[in-house]
Design a binder for this molecule. Structure first.
Ligand SMILES: NC(=O)c1ccc[n+]([C@@H]2O[C@H](COP(=O)([O-])OP(=O)(O)OC[C@H]3O[C@@H](n4cnc5c(N)ncnc54)[C@H](O)[C@@H]3O)[C@@H](O)[C@H]2O)c1
Length: 476
């Protein structure tokens, strides 16, 4: 192991190869060196140390721990590093990893760039707020890592394009956390549609959540605290700068959190706890509201069924209700986007409209299929009576995975595409980004799917990217 590592370090400095690429290229991954101790050779049921995929994890909030738990349960990978900007979260990450392995090997990092610079790390799991996706991912990719990243692919279409470009340039394996693809009922529904079993599709309905949800439990206590302030607000979507409620909501960041770093490429704003951990998604400075939080799930499934992983809408007409622009929670709580796709398919993506049911529904000329977490229904009774298509109906067989994290590790080894690669995630989230741009400009957009350009609307086109606060810059 030591010899292999030293050889690799010299070699990778010259050629840019990572440990994993080096092992694959030389065939050494398959040969256990004789000096490895018995425990490292898999005596405890794990793969030999020389064959494990070495991982680092970045972001230990709502999603990071769940993703990491899945990797910790995999025998052929070893988590050796964790990174977070909140020392409480970082401590929890390191403790979780070390107690799982019964050692003290997991190293803590404040700055993700230091973790990415480690040449012994093959792959990383990223679960940071959307504003960070492109910067952290491209740093990982430049350093030769394979990446398990979260949805939506990034905070803008331009940042998504940068990730797709970097994945190609560095020949990396990418898995997006659109894990519904690895669940039976979603696969079943999409396969029915792809096999033409409900006929020619004319309409798709994608129902997403509405409003704002106090995930972190920081919104409720703040509202209680504001109850005695003149004009006591009932909702954080009513609290705007310059009011007594706003002044009372702004506090110093806690010493455990590096708030300046956390804000990253977004605009620096006064610290308000209720829009930081988990609830950042309700403020457009860092997140994208319910629409962008969920587009990478149900629109991803809609595209899968249509065979549109590489396709998209050419016309987008979005309408949303918005709180005041600078409110603590300013993302649209109610929205409806009408989209025109190739083959005369019309899609509606909506949150807060009772005619659009949560989940994904495809409507064809011979029937419909609806799917959501824990739910499946079809107008064709025989599909309700089974949970997998019989082989003779599976002319088109969709990619099959039943463990999203395991699928990533398998692909890191085989160098084959995952079930949710970067380009697919880019296309799955693009209708949400375009819908939001249409909502913000108040205009219908025309989109060139191949060139990935908004046609004839300079103002809307500006919203395809966002400025980066110094010193952050996106380079591929
Ligand atoms: N796939 C899913 O089902 C699913 C579910 C929830 C969240 N997510 C996604 O996971 C990502 C994270 O969301 P969350 O709800 O866990 O957020 P969160 O706020 O709960 O956690 C994010 C963590 O990242 C840390 N962090 C922020 N910037 C960092 C940086 N530059 N370097 C290191 N650490 C940093 C924060 O301190 C925090 O601990 C988002 O993209 C979100 O969309 C996916």
């Amino acid at each position: 192991m030591v010899n292999i590592q030293r050889h690799m370090n010299q070699s990778s400095k010259q050629s840019g190869l990572t440990r994993r690429h080096f092992l694959a290229a030389t065939g050494l991954a398959a040969v256990a060196p004789t000096f490895i101790p018995a425990s490292a050779l898999g005596a405890n049921g794990k793969a030999p140390a020389s064959e494990r995929i070495v991982m680092g994890v970045v972001g230990w909030g709502m999603q990071g721990p769940g993703n990491t738990a899945a990797f910790l349960n995999e025998k052929d990978c070893q988590v050796v590093a964790a990174c977070d900007l909140d020392t409480r979260h970082l401590g929890a990450a390191v403790n979780t990893v070390n107690s799982k392995y019964g050692n003290k090997d997991c190293r803590p990092y404040h700055d993700f760039r230091e973790l990415m610079a480690r040449t012994d790390i093959d792959a990383v799991m990223l679960a940071v707020p959307d504003t960070w996706h492109a910067l952290v991912a491209t740093e990982a990719l430049r350093n030769g890592k394979d990446v398990y990243g979260e949805k939506p692919l990034a905070r803008t279409i331009a940042e998504q394009q940068a990730i797709v470009k970097a994945v190609k340039k560095y020949n990396a394996i990418w898995q997006t956390g659109s894990w519904q693809r690895s669940v039976e009922n979603f696969h079943y529904a999409a396969e029915i549609v792809r096999n033409g079993l409900i006929g020619k599709i004319s309409r798709v309905e994608v129902g997403l959540p509405s409003g704002h949800y106090d995930f972190a439990g920081t919104g409720g206590p703040l509202l209680k605290r504001l109850a005695d302030v003149p004009g006591a607000p009932k909702d954080l979507a009513q609290v705007v700068p310059g009011t007594p409620a706003w002044n009372a909501a702004v506090t110093q960041p806690p010493p455990e959190l590096d708030y300046d770093f956390w804000t990253g490429p977004s605009q620096m704003e006064p610290y308000i706890e209720a829009r930081v951990h988990m609830n950042w998604r309700w403020n457009y400075n860092v997140g994208g509201g319910q629409l962008l939080d969920w587009i990478g799930h149900h629109c991803d499934i809609a595209h899968w069924g249509l065979g549109f992983d590489d396709n998209g809408p050419h016309e987008i007409d979005g309408n949303g209700e918005f709180p005041p622009k600078n409110a603590i929670w300013n993302t649209s709580p109610k929205y409806r986007i009408e989209l025109e796709y190739p083959d005369n398919i019309h899609m509606t993506i909506a949150g807060g409209y009772s005619d659009i049911r949560s989940g994904t529904k495809w409507i064809g000329d011979q029937g419909w299929v609806w799917v959501d977490r824990g739910g499946f229904q079809s107008s064709i009774q025989k599909f309700n009576d089974m949970s997998r298509l019989p082989e003779d109906l599976r002319k088109v067989k969709l990619y099959y995975s039943r463990n999203h994290q395991h699928n990533f590790l398998e692909c890191v080894r085989s160098r084959k595409p995952t079930i949710a690669p970067a380009s697919t995630a880019h296309h799955s989230a693009t209708p949400g980004h375009l819908g939001l741009i249409s909502m913000l400009t108040g205009r219908k957009l025309r989109w060139d799917v191949k060139k990935e350009e908004i046609l004839g609307d300079k103002e809307a086109s500006k919203l395809l990217s966002r400025p980066f606060r110094a010193p952050w810059k996106l380079t591929v």
